[in-house]
Design a protein around this ligand. Structure first.
Ligand SMILES: Nc1nc2c(ncn2[C@@H]2O[C@H](COP(=O)(O)OP(=O)(O)OP(=O)(O)O)[C@@H](O)[C@H]2O)c(=O)[nH]1
Ligand SMILES: [Mg+2]
Length: 339
């Protein structure tokens, strides 16, 4: 999953990138960095199974080179809008340290307007071509719906597209169809203050908000877990921005986690809610999906309590599921396959 830090020049994207990943942003050249998604279930399974390898889910952040985004008040330009189309999630950083939250609302509105216009330009070009070439009427109808939505200044995320429609539109890589998280980069004093006037607008705009202060996160990153907890309590925060950011991504993308456990590896696999057993198998290996026989499923709580798959089988806590079984968060799955 690639999450791009986007937003007007000087909004603090590289500072946030550094705070979330621990990578020094001083180069200003941008880059990629991955963080591990903490998961206590993986910790516990690893302790029980003592595998050769333990693999957590990962999130990869991309920071763009300084200068790629125009400063607020100017328009972004086609090049960077095009690059943004390659991202899975947009983490929009908004400067709320050098401007009051009331002006930050306007900055977010301006950015949103640019995304809407950019998508609209793409639909209009495509519709013109379809009209000339007398293309597929189904596609034309769908794109006309898309155009109306954008003309009404609504993002495509709220259009309620079916999975099939989303698949048909995937080639256009619409920016307003991408999940977007708003990172409010506030000053240290404002970090417990919440998003203020942005809260309501963000809800209207279907944006998840993460309020953070980069200096606080940097300090937090340098502390041992116990000291970090005390530090957070002193400020009055439940958790650090990294954890809140990860949770926001999982919510926005509607991700759940299934697990695999054994002597070789204990591993967390993030998948969309609604993923079937055979689709989950394909994540692990295409051969397992091709030769899928069944999924043997144990709840992670049972796995940990009873001490492994064998004990769960004996206790009747192991379910045999077919290819269409919908994977649940916290399933420990052993795929049986034949190739
Ligand atoms: N006081 C304060 N300054 C900040 C904060 N976040 C960023 N800055 C400063 O704002 C300036 C711009 O920050 P960057 O992180 O480079 O911003 P950017 O969005 O990456 O900028 P470009 O890549 O050039 O678009 C730097 O001088 C940062 O030190 C903050 O929370 N508080
Ligand atoms: Mg930068």
């Amino acid at each position: 999953m690639k999450i791009g830090l986007v937003g007007y020049g000087g909004a603090g994207k590289s500072t946030v990138f550094s705070a979330l990943t621990g990578i020094d942003p001083s180069s200003g050249r941008g880059g990629l960095a991955s963080i591990r998604v903490p998961d206590q279930r993986v910790d516990a399974l690893a302790q029980l199974c003592r595998p050769r390898k333990t693999t957590y889910a990962e999130i990869t952040f991309q920071d763009f080179p300084s200068g790629a985004f125009a400063p607020r008040g100017r328009s972004l330009g086609g090049a960077i809008l095009g690059e943004m189309r390659t991202l899975d999630v947009l983490a929009e950083v908004c400067d709320a340290f050098s401007q009051p939250l009331e002006s930050a609302v306007q900055t977010v509105a301006d950015f949103r307007a640019e995304l809407l216009l950019s998508d609209l330009a793409i639909v209009e070009r495509r519709l013109e071509r379809l009209a000339r070439e007398r293309g597929d009427p189904g596609e034309q109808r769908l794109l006309e719906r898309v155009r109306r939505c954008l003309e009404e200044e609504q993002e495509l995320r709220v259009l309620g597209l079916t999975q099939e429609e989303q698949r048909r539109l995937s080639g256009y890589r619409f920016l307003t169809l991408k999940p977007r998280i708003l990172v409010l980069n506030v000053s240290e004093e404002a970090v417990t203050g919440g998003p203020g006037p942005l809260a309501e607008r963000a809800a209207d705009w279907d944006l998840e908000v993460v309020v953070m202060s980069a200096p606080i996160e940097r300090e937090l990153a340098e502390l041992a877990p116990q000291d970090a907890r005390t530090f957070l309590d002193d400020i009055g925060l439940d958790s650090g921005a990294r954890d809140r950011f990860i949770a926001a991504c999982y919510r926005k993308l509607d991700l759940i986690t299934f697990l695999t456990a054994g002597e070789d590896e204990v591993r967390a696999w993030p998948v969309r809610r609604g993923t079937s057993a055979v689709e989950a198998a394909a994540k692990v290996h295409s051969d397992i999906a091709r030769g899928f026989i069944r999924a043997e499923v144990v709840r992670v709580e049972d796995y940990l309590e009873l001490g492994g798959e064998g004990a769960c089988r004996k206790a009747g806590k192991l379910a045999i599921e077919g290819r269409d079984y919908q994977v649940r968060d916290g399933d420990v799955i052993h795929f049986r396959f034949n190739v």
